[in-house]
Design a protein around this ligand. Structure first.
Ligand code: DSN
Length: 454
């Protein structure tokens, strides 16, 4: 199967011949391969360089379906590997504890200004190291140890840091948890309201890690208001969809917005906290000096680049294509008898319950990995199995969309998943190997952003 057997890749994914024969539009520069193959690294540490090279090949050859992953652009990669990483800059622009901030202050101001403009918020803190520290900063800003906090239960699709028991947020605070209805897989807002009014939490988190449906921020905001709670929208998974207009924004509804920058937003591994002006001081104080030391300036720079890319018209196309691909893939899986939590998807993510297929999620995930299809095993709501050996598999379309695959490819992807899961059940390694070859052939026709093309 070659790329030309399918629909033409969209504008954000120019093919090799485009690069050779036509000048790149500025927004297409993001798809250029890195200018070098890590020559300094190869000379200094061949063992490590070989591992990086192997990872580059793995990311090039496989169909990456983990919904929280993506391919960053060459520009984001370059920014995150700059000498900005040599600099300490505890504090905030204009208020640092170290000298020599002439450039760093501008980098951080640029990143924060771009975040505010893209999401339409009063305030942006771009220093959190990643999503979990960002969320912990929110606790520090608004709650005291022992206070009640409320979030979606982890096995229902929430996140560890939303007050789940094994996390510091569930040990140092009193976490109360809501879920989804067993019959629909959707949030039961009557139950959420009842719990919030009974428990009167300081914080209510909405959002999570395995939610295939649109988050009703307005409904959560109304409940938070009634309960006197601060509403925190954790948009880590869907930040890119929101930026691209493919999911409603929490900005008019949430007091604080927490997000990582490396999922659908397609930036470096990092995070941001966005807030109304009234909460700006509390958030900043909680991040530094409350929780962190010096920000990772090379990451801040790469976040700025990613935010610039996400403000381009082509990123809107990307965000909508991610959702269109996920819907097409969900339909193709349903047609093959797969049981999808909530019956489908509104966003980038699909959660499959493999119980009717009689294959445990972990067995399926590991078999698909051998077939060149990278997914993660996942609990499904009301899962009778344990989290380390659950019933489900979680997939998503951000990465394949970054490579330029479109809705016309989703039947093929569903077919591979179907054959892979059946091969997993039957222990048919030859079938998995055959799929791996087909996957590699299609992937070769759709070079990934940021990866060498050789
Ligand atoms: N680890 C992330 C995910 O995969 O969804 C959440 O933090």
């Amino acid at each position: 199967m070659r790329g030309n057997a399918f629909e033409v890749p969209p504008a954000w994914a120019p093919r090799d011949h485009d690069r050779t024969h036509s000048p790149l539009a500025p927004e297409d520069a993001m798809t250029q391969p890195p200018a070098h193959q890590h020559p300094a690294l190869a000379a200094a540490d061949p063992e490590l360089a070989a591992l990086v090279g192997a990872e580059e090949r793995l990311q090039a050859d496989t169909l990456r379906l983990i919904p929280s992953e993506n391919y960053v652009s060459a520009a984001v990669l370059e920014a995150s590997g700059t000498v900005l990483q040599n600099k300490y800059s505890e504090g905030y622009p204009g208020r640092r504890y170290y000298e020599g901030q002439q450039n760093i202050d501008q980098v951080e101001r640029l990143a924060a200004a771009r975040a505010k403009a893209l999401f339409g918020t009063d305030h942006a803190n771009v220093q959190p190291y990643s999503g979990s520290p960002a969320n912990l900063a929110v606790y520090l800003a608004f709650a005291e140890p022992g206070d009640t906090v409320m979030g979606m239960a982890l096995p229902m699709g929430g996140h560890l840091t939303h007050g789940w028991g094994v996390s510091a947020t569930g040990k140092w605070f009193r976490g109360v948890q809501y879920g989804v209805r067993e019959d629909t897989g959707l949030v039961d807002f009557d139950a959420v309201r009842e719990l919030a009014l009974k428990e009167r939490p300081k914080l209510i988190f909405c959002g999570g890690t395995a939610l295939p449906r649109t988050i009703d921020f307005a409904a959560f905001a109304e409940i938070a208001r009634e309960a006197g709670a601060v509403l925190v929208a954790d948009i880590a998974h869907i930040a890119g969809l929101i930026a691209g207009g493919a999911h409603p924004s929490p900005v008019p509804h949430a007091d604080v917005i927490s997000t990582t920058t490396h999922k659908t937003l397609r930036g470096p591994r990092g995070a941001m906290l966005l807030a109304r002006e009234e909460h700006a001081k509390a958030i900043d104080k909680a991040v530094f000096p409350g929780l962190q030391g010096g920000p990772h300036n090379q990451t801040t720079a790469a976040i700025a680049v990613a935010l610039h890319e996400a403000s381009q018209p082509s990123f809107r196309d990307y965000a909508h294509a991610v959702v269109a691909n996920a819907r097409a893939l969900a339909d193709a899986l349903l047609a093959r008898g797969f049981d999808l939590v909530s019956g489908g998807t509104d966003n980038h993510l699909i959660l499959m319950d493999l119980t009717p297929k009689d294959v445990p999620g972990k067995v399926a995930a590991k078999a698909l990995d051998r077939a060149g299809i990278v997914v993660n095993y996942n609990t499904v709501p009301y899962d009778p199995r344990k989290p380390f050996d659950p019933s489900g598999v979680r997939i998503g379309t951000p990465s394949l969309t970054s490579r330029g695959l479109g809705t016309a490819h989703m039947d093929t992807v569903a077919d591979w998943i179907d054959r892979g899961v059946r091969a997993a059940g039957a222990g048919d390694e030859d079938a998995l190997l055959k799929i791996r070859g087909e996957v590699a052939e299609l992937m070769a026709a759709f070079p990934a952003p940021g990866l060498p093309t050789a």
